[in-house]
Design a binder for this molecule. Structure first.
Ligand SMILES: [Mn+2]
Length: 485
């Protein structure tokens, strides 16, 4: 990061929203109690209106019953493709979902080396609590859904450092309160994830595993943590690439041996003791169903540091789009490496992969679907569409299925395929079935031509549009589809 590059963080993003698209944000000034489900209930009320704003809560109560010294935001990760366009500097009048994915894909493939700054320069060191003074109960912990395990939760980005390689991993681990300085963290050591590998290696070596819970940073940091980063790449570098630069600083507990983001709002430092487990969950998870109660690793808090008037960042754990964006980028890179005629890929609810390709031969859609199924075990339903169909526009996708699909020859079901454990429709523990819908036109026989206005007329009237239509009138016509805006 060069000296003149502006530092991006949660505050710069909120300022951008306020200046470029204030209609994206709802502010609630009255005191709200996140432990009494109030934060998620507001999100549910807005959802029922068909609205998905970023919500800023100016006054929230803490777990201990006080009033938090800062504020809270949710759906700032960024929570919509439109807010992503703002976060990543795309012109709002020109940006579409596909432009957002292209910009993020570019950033994701260009990791950057973070810079390390001194403690004195780091905003996150404005307030430091160590030892007995570090009390999680002074934070506004949440209850999201009525059957979440008590007493309370936070949903941070968690940084871990590999005991051998020193590579940092960033991932989301639901974190449950067990005491002022004691938590469980859902790392699931039996899973095939980076975090599980780090944990198992620390356990083998008989070492503790240091962690930093990071709450509040730029959407690029949150997206960088959500992307499936190759094992060779340090995830602080990945996040730095997404943000255009990332500043790190020594932790309070381990100094330079474990770095934390200098411009984040809150950092909670602690150590996991491998081999120590407690019950955690159930917890309302990304499928909008409850994730089961599990035995998970225990961590002990060593220090909490925060900015002046810290902004506690919460995640809408059920209907969020955080991973839809990250998986769209991931799927696209994964498939493009093997099938260059990929146009775009859209991930929805983790399970759907909607992929548009420049099809040249029969059979290609099934090859591409096989690639999508190999991307991740959550992928269960694949729809392959032609290059004239925008995979982010579900109306177009459903049009293609309606007009180009005879189910007996274009829909296939694969049986006994490994799926993610969070899928509530699974009959067996792990294996289920997958579906491929080939919604492309056949290329081995004549097919009807799709309607089109003449290109020359389209070009002329697009160019002269504002001589015919008042720009303000057109801008005021609402776009109702959340996915395409
Ligand atoms: Mn990772």
């Amino acid at each position: 990061m060069s000296k003149d590059t502006a530092i991006v963080d949660l505050r710069s993003f909120l300022r951008d929203i306020e200046t470029k698209a204030p209609e994206e944000m709802v502010k609630i000034e009255r005191l709200v109690n996140p432990l009494d489900y109030e934060v998620n209930t507001f999100l549910e009320i807005f959802r029922r209106m068909g609205k998905y704003p970023l919500v800023k809560f100016d006054r929230v109560s803490t777990f201990n019953g006080g009033v938090f010294s800062g504020s809270m935001v949710t759906s700032a990760d960024p929570g919509s493709y439109r807010r992503a366009a703002i976060a990543f500097g795309l012109p709002l009048d020109k940006a579409h979902t596909q432009d957002v994915i292209e910009e993020l894909s570019h950033r994701a493939s260009h990791p950057l080396e973070p810079t390390v700054i001194s403690r004195a320069e780091a905003p996150v060191k404005a307030t430091v609590f160590r030892g007995e003074e570090a009390d999680l109960g002074n934070l506004p912990l949440l209850m999201h859904f009525e059957e979440d395990a008590k007493p309370g939760w936070l949903t941070p980005v968690v940084a871990l450092k590999h005991p051998d390689t020193g590579r940092y991993n960033l991932a989301y681990h639901r974190t449950m309160y067990h005491g002022p300085r004691k938590v469980t963290m859902k790392i699931s050591p039996d899973h095939h994830t980076h975090a599980a590998d780090y944990y198992n290696r620390a356990r083998e070596l008989g070492k503790t595993l240091p962690f930093a819970c990071i709450l509040g940073h730029h959407p690029g940091f949150y997206q960088g943590a959500a992307i499936r980063t190759p094992y060779a790449i340090d995830e602080y570098w990945q996040a730095a690439g997404m943000m255009g630069g990332l500043r790190l600083v020594a932790s309070e507990t381990w100094g330079d041996a474990f770095l934390v983001p200098a411009d984040s709002e809150i950092v909670i430092e602690g150590e996991i003791i491998p081999g120590e487990f407690e019950n955690e969950g159930p917890f309302g998870e990304w499928p909008a169903y409850y994730g089961a109660q599990l035995r998970q690793p225990v961590g002990y808090i060593k220090a909490i540091t925060m900015r002046k008037e810290p902004i506690f960042q919460a995640i809408w754990t059920s209907y969020h789009m955080l991973e839809d964006i990250a998986h769209s980028i991931g799927l696209q890179a994964w498939i493009k490496a093997k099938f260059p005629r990929l146009k775009a890929a859209c991930s929805l609810y983790h399970t759907w992969a909607i992929i548009s390709i420049d099809k040249k031969a029969e059979g290609e859609p099934i090859r591409v679907a096989a690639l999508a199924l190999a991307y991740g075990e959550h992928v269960k339903h694949c729809i392959i569409v032609d290059k004239d169909v925008n995979p982010y526009d579900l109306q177009e996708v459903f049009w293609a299925i309606a007009m180009r699909v005879q189910p007996d020859e274009r829909v296939q079901v694969l049986r006994n395929i490994k799926l993610g454990r969070n899928d509530p429709s699974l009959v067996h523990q792990m294996a289920g079935s997958a579906m491929i819908i080939d919604a492309t036109e056949p290329v081995d026989r004549p097919f009807q031509k799709r309607v089109a206005v003449p290109a020359r007329t389209l070009e002329r009237l697009s160019r002269d549009l504002h001589q015919y239509v008042n720009a303000k009138t057109l801008a005021a016509v609402p776009v109702r589809d959340r996915w395409t805006y």
